[in-house]
Write a protein that binds this ligand. Sequence first.
Ligand code: GDP
Ligand code: MN
Length: 386
Amino acid sequence: MKIHEYQARALLAAAGLPVPASAVIDRADQAAAAFRQVSAPRVVVKAQVHAGGRGKAGYVVLVNSADEAARHAERMFREPMVSRQTGPQGVQVRKILLAPAVEIEKEFYVGCVVDRARRTPVMMASAEGGVEIEEVAARNPAAIRKAWFHPHLGLQRFQAAALAAGIGLHGEQAKAAADMMLKLAKLMIEKDCSLVEINPLVRTRAGEMLAIDAKFNFDDNALFRHPDVQALFDPHEENPAELRAKEHNLSYIALDGNIGCLVNGAGLAMSTMDIIKLHGGEPANFLDVGGSVTPEGAVEAFRIILADTRVKGVLVNIFGGIAKCDVIADALIKAAREIGFRVPVVVRLEGTNVEIARKMLKEADIPQLKPAADLTDAAKLVCAAV
Ligand code: GDP
Ligand code: MN
């Protein structure tokens, strides 16, 4: 789960990191008042969306008056933000943050992620801040300093000090940056994050070290331990189909192709996508209805798949183990009656109660339904159909 910058700033501030005070608005007519509330000669106006690259997209701007703040807020609320991370359709801005503009002397990067290869968190720091860290990693990997630490012991002070020195900081500034890294590492573990990042961490003209942008990603599997974090969830930022699927305990991930997939079991779903590709097709989604699928869940799965207008054919691939084939057949018939199949639906059923299921489907006599002899046959049929 991701959160907005203004929420991340609040988490950092609560953990004792230096973050400038700010105001958040959700309508353009609140911008002028917020500008005055921030009470600085120059104010930074920042769209609150999960996608990064806001600066380059024109959704982080410095303004000198309440009028100017209102004008930019109006534009940001009106026009969806398009950046490299959003896709061409962009994202709708629903909240805007205003904060005193900082006189930046230099931008740094600090961030902590889980290093999967080493199976341990790693704190990273770089003197090349402000730009995407992936870019730095590709162009100049030596510019990123790293310190791995044990999750139970935490980042050690000497490690944080070495990182701060490694990015060229001295004296009080090095101490301040090291202190921020220690607190960040602690937050990472405490809140079960998969990523915490301050980019940029800035040195101001006055020599102060400040966090002026922050990102947090939380491990979804640990969210049950953190009701405070759950409360920060913003459904607007999620793919609506994926949200609906989650409500029905379906694992659904939207993809770019035109063949909808309804499969039980993640492994079978992966091999279904592979065999579709092998026969020249492109899957429109990954969908695992799970082992304990109910007819209602399966009907909902059809609703989600068929709501995607790009879907030109569906492949149902069920291996009846815990899930019974007749339950799926029942769901197929219900879905055909309730939603109606606007595209061909190729069905491959195998396993528990398959004979009953085949009989049910035959008797239901649904014209768009195409039974397949086996998985290869099913893949060929659906690829030909689209
Ligand atoms: P992002 O592009 O979505 O990562 O948004 P950021 O919050 O990181 O802002 C992008 C860039 O805008 C930063 O790297 C800074 O260069 C600049 N910026 C943001 N806030 C301020 C500020 O208060 N003062 C100044 N001078 N520049 C800022
Ligand atoms: Mn940033």
